[in-house]
Design a protein around this ligand. Structure first.
Ligand code: TR5
Length: 130
């Protein structure tokens, strides 16, 4: 069976509803750490660090990925970044730092086509990323 990342390499970019819509609509459970009217943040099911949280816009509005961003999306993009800082603080990551990642498209290893930020922390990160 293909791993999540192998599946990502095979994933076809699509505008169809994703698993994140079900999480937004509370049709499937998620470990939600932050929610307001625009942004939802929940723990990644397959964490790559002691803290691994996904931040998503609650309304996708065409944002299958960052490459689809338009000027009309600037407010929610800013809100996502600022919320990442709030959640990093909530998770105790401000002192030692953290990493934000946006995977985009097949080369970026994106597997879920609903824009999301990965907030990773709680360990030393490496550079360059794989
Ligand atoms: O590969 P990209 O950047 O698209 O990231 C998608 C992320 O969604 C991966 O890190 C997955 O581990 C994560 N993911 C996938 C599912 C899922 C999830 N995180 C929380 N809850 C999840 N559920 C319930 N189902 C998933 N298929």
């Amino acid at each position: 069976m293909a791993s999540e990342k192998e599946a990502a390499l095979l994933a076809v970019p699509s505008d169809s509803p994703t698993i994140f819509d079900k999480i937004i609509n509370k049709e499937i459970p998620a470990d939600i750490v932050f929610e307001d009217d625009k942004v939802l943040a929940f723990r990644d099911i397959n964490p790559q660090a002691p803290v691994h949280i996904l931040l998503i816009p609650k309304v996708r509005d065409g944002l299958t990925g960052l490459s689809k961003a338009e000027e009309k999306n600037c407010d929610v993009l800013g809100r996502l970044l600022y919320t990442a800082k709030l959640v990093a603080k909530q998770e105790g990551l401000l002192e030692n730092g953290f990493r934000l990642v946006i995977n985009d498209g097949p080369n970026g290893c994106q597997s879920v086509y609903h824009l999301h930020l990965h907030l990773l922390g709680g360990r030393q990160m490496n550079w360059p990323p794989g």
